[in-house]
Write a protein that binds this ligand. Structure first.
Ligand code: FRU
Length: 429
């Protein structure tokens, strides 16, 4: 553990979160089903781009690659987490995606694999592709369990043959991190609703050149410790964890104290990731309306924090932390955002979740008939959101088509207020 981390954890507080509200700057347009899904045979949800060590999007013979959690599309959408399988997809134009296949051919750790990140290093000591993922569930158990460990697969390589791209390997799987019980809650310490120790995100700090993994976790809160004004709120203890590689070896990490936590505020700070611009650190997570502590009004939304150093202190963007959310009439239409820098704007990809559905909670999905549950689940990528960033303030300025993920060198369509009389096409609402 590096000494530089020994300090109090920056917090997302109830005072910040009590300011959460939808407004003109953060609501995205209503999403309608696309003409074509990425793959009709698959439900596809959490997605991430294959990136180079420095965080830029990898381009291999003109192709970019995404990884996603997937399940067969004939499955009831609520069951998909139980059988989640990593697949990859590739594209030349960032708009049309071809299904590559499953990433692993058996052998992955856990009963199923949840979200992660993927790093491409053609000079890597352990193959070209490093796949960080969540090993969910105990391999030995016959029942489905919710234990989570952070895993890594090495030994993969990418080959391109004409239009086809293949990721293959004699993968070697290892567990990189498990919770220590002091900074990061173990499952047996958990008092809350949904236990978390997952979603590893590879990150090389452009300022220091140091190598890190971010992940989603919980801060242990002892019963009766009086951390929150109301003891019930103590069950809401989400954190953003971080581990450091002392040598820069991307297979070897040590836990450090969390970057930020949300004790008394929120239980799940999902899929943490960073964008660094001009020495400013933007830290993003996704979270749900139902994981906020009582008496706070949250949303299924992308949240963000800003600091001028990796270690913080982090301040919530826009004062309260919310960056982007779904409209009131379609509050669950998208989820699991991932932000990357396009230059002038930030782009946020997410998946198309439940639409034509405006009940107060996703729990009510199970009250719908199976046919309706299937009909109302998007199961493919959502329109990419475009965000303007000004210091610690953000603004949703438009959207691109479903699953359109441009590289920084590919220009974005101009926004409607920059154009004369033309109101059609990608990027307008
Ligand atoms: C977010 C998430 C991730 C997890 C995955 C499981 O959508 O909860 O945190 O890895 O879904 O399907």
């Amino acid at each position: 553990m590096s000494e530089e981390f020994e300090r109090d954890t920056p917090a997302w507080t109830r005072v910040h979160a009590s300011g959460l509200q939808r407004d003109d700057s953060n609501v995205t347009p209503v999403i309608y089903p696309p003409e074509e899904r990425i793959d009709d045979d698959l439900h596809l949800w959490d997605t991430w781009l294959l990136r180079n060590r420095d965080g830029s999007v990898a381009e291999i013979d003109g192709k970019r690659v995404i990884f996603a959690l997937t399940s067969p599309s004939e499955l009831l959408p609520g069951k998909r987490h139980d059988v989640a399988t990593l697949r990859y997809f590739y594209s030349e134009d960032g708009e049309t995606w071809t299904t590559g296949g499953t990433v692993f051919d058996g052998g992955a750790l856990g009963q199923r694999q949840w979200a992660g990140s993927a790093m491409y290093d053609p000079d890597g000591d352990d193959g070209e592709v490093y796949v960080y993922y969540t090993a969910a569930g105990e391999d030995e158990s016959e029942e489905l369990t919710y234990t989570q460990r952070i895993a890594l697969a090495t030994g993969g390589s990418v080959t391109v043959d004409g239009d086809d791209l293949k990721i293959e390997g004699a993968w070697d799987h290892q567990i990189l991190l498990t919770p220590d019980g002091d900074w990061y809650e173990r499952e047996d310490q958990s008092r809350g609703m949904i236990y978390t120790f997952r979603d590893p995100w590879f990150f090389e700090d452009p300022q220091s050149g140091e190598t890190y993994l971010l992940f989603e976790a919980n801060t242990p809160v002892a019963e009766g410790a009086g951390e929150c004004d109301d003891p019930v709120w103590e069950e809401f203890n989400g954190s953003i964890g971080i581990a450091h590689s002392p040598t820069g070896d991307p297979t070897d990490f040590e836990l450090c104290p969390p970057l930020l936590d949300a004790v008394c505020v929120n239980q799940e700070l999902e899929r943490p990731h960073l964008v660094v611009r001009d020495g400013t650190y933007y830290l993003f997570i996704s979270s749900h309306v139902h994981t906020f502590a009582p008496e706070l009004e949250g949303y299924d939304a992308l949240y963000g924090f800003v600091a001028d150093d990796l270690r913080g202190d982090y301040d919530p963007l826009n004062g309260h932390g919310m960056v982007l959310t779904n409209p009131a009439g379609a509050p669950f239409q998208a989820y699991s955002w991932l932000v990357y820098d396009h230059g002038d704007e930030l782009l946020a990809t997410s998946f198309f979740n439940y639409y034509d559905y405006d009940r107060p909670s996703l729990d009510d999905v199970s009250l719908l008939s199976p046919t309706e549950q299937m009909r109302r689940f998007g199961g493919t990528l959502a329109p990419t959101a475009r965000l303007a960033l000004d210091g610690d303030e953000t603004d949703v300025v438009g959207t691109l088509d479903h699953g359109h993920l441009p590289l920084p060198r590919e220009p974005l369509p101009s926004l409607w207020w920059e154009r004369d009389g033309d109101d059609g096409g990608d990027g307008y609402y």
